[in-house]
Design a protein around this ligand. Sequence first.
Ligand code: PLP
Length: 462
Amino acid sequence: MWLPDLDGKSGPKYQSIALAIGESIASGSLKERDRLPPQRELAYQLGVSLNTVSRAYCEATNRGFLCGEVGRGTYVRVHGHLPSSNTGNGMMRTIDGPVDFTLNLPAHGNGAIALAETLETLKHSNALSSYLDYQTGNDLKRHTRAAASWISRLGFEASGDDIILTNGAQHAIMVALLAITRPGDVLLVEPMTYAPVKSIALHLGLILFAVEMDEGGLSPQALDAACSSTAAAVLYCLPTLHTPTTITMSSERRREIAEIARKHQLTIIEDDVFGFLQSHRPPPLAGFAPDLTILISSVSKCLAPGLRIGYIHAPKRLQRALRAAVNLSCWMPPPLMAEIASMWIEEGTADNLNEFQRIVARTRQKQAQQILDGHEVLSDPEGFHLWLLLPTHWRADTFRAAAEKSGVKVLTGETFAVEQNTAPQAVRLCLSHEISDERVNKGLGILAGLLAETSDPGLLVV
Ligand SMILES: Cc1ncc(COP(=O)(O)O)c(C=O)c1O
C-alpha cells in the first residue's frame, strides 16, 4: 500500500500528507489514475485521525493532485495529454529518444486540468467578445491588478499602475532594451547570461560587456569598475537562480548592487523569471532600487510557458517608452491568455500550479544530489537546473558530445558565455522538463558513468 513519506516535514499533518502526495506524483511513485488508500486505512497506518486524512485528501484535491469519485474512492488526477512518442519536435516532452536536459521548462503539471475548468467557466462569460478585440488601458487594468498581487508574493510591494503586460519574459527583455537603449550602447551583463540576450543585443547593435561574478553573484566592485570604465547606462542581470550557475544573490548583495547602480544612475533590467520557484527568497533588486529597476517576471516557469504572459514593473519615468515598445512589437498580449493568467492568480490556481513546480524541482534536485554525489555541482533545492563542474580530465564540449552519443543532451557554458572561450568546463542540466523521474534517473546515471571514466575520449580523437 502506498504510504506518504512524512520524513523531514513540519507543520500541520494534513498539509504534510498533501505535500507528500504531490511529491509522490512528481517522483512517479503515484501515477495517473492510481487509487489512494482508503482514508480510514491510511489514518490507521499513520496513527492519525480520520479527519486529518480527510483534510489532507481535500487539500491535495484543491491543489489539483487528486480527484474523488463518489463510491469509488480517491484517484490521482490525469494531468493532461502526454506525448505518446518521440515526435522529433525539440520542445515536445517525449517518452522515448534522448534524455533532454537542455530545456529550462516547467514540469508537465496540472495545468491542462485547470485550463479545461477555466475554459468551461469562460464559455459562459459575457465578456467573450472583448477577448477578440483590441484592448485599451482600461481593459488591461484588471490584469495589471492581478499581476501586482502575483508579483507582491515575491516580497516586493508592486503596484498595478506600474505594470505593463508583455508576451512573456523574453518579449519583456526585448521591449526593455528597445525602449531604453540605442545602437552602439554598452549593455552590462553577467559573464554567462541568458543566451537569447546575446542575440537580441546583436540585433539591436548593443555592445555586451561582461561584469565579473563571484560565488555570491554579480560582483559589486566589478560592477562599479565597469560603470566607470564603460559609462554604460543599463545592466541586464539574473539575480535569482542565475542561468547557468544557479546562484541567487543574497539581500545584502542586492543592496550593494543597488547602491552601485544608484551611484552611476544605472538602469537595471532584472530578469526574475525563476523568482517564483523559491519559497524563501530575498526581495527582488527592484525592492532595493525601485526607481532604477525594470523588473521582469512571467508565468512561463511557474505556471505554463504556452500562456505567453509576462509582466514588467517599471519606474514611472520609463513607462511611456516601455508601453510604446510593447505597442510597436505586438500591440498587446492576447486578451484571452491574459484573462486565463489573471483568473488563475485570483482563484489561487496559480499558487497551486507554482507549488507543484517547486515539488518537482525539489524531488529532481534530490535525485541529482544522490546520483551525482561526489561531483562538484552548483544547485538550488528549488531550481529547475543545476551546474555540473566537470573533473579536470573532461572538457565541456567533448563531455557534451559523449553524453549526446550516450543518449543525453546537455548544454555547455559556451552557450551562455558572453566572451568566447571564457566559460568554465561545466554543463547545465535542466531537470524539470523531462516527463518522468525514471528518465531523469536514467540520464543522470549515464552522466555519472561518463564522469567516472578516467580519460576524456574526445582528446583521443585526432
Ligand atoms: C533566464 C530566462 N529569462 C527569460 C526567459 C523567457 O521566458 P518567457 O517564456 O516568459 O519568455 C527564459 C526562458 O527560458 C529564461 O530562462
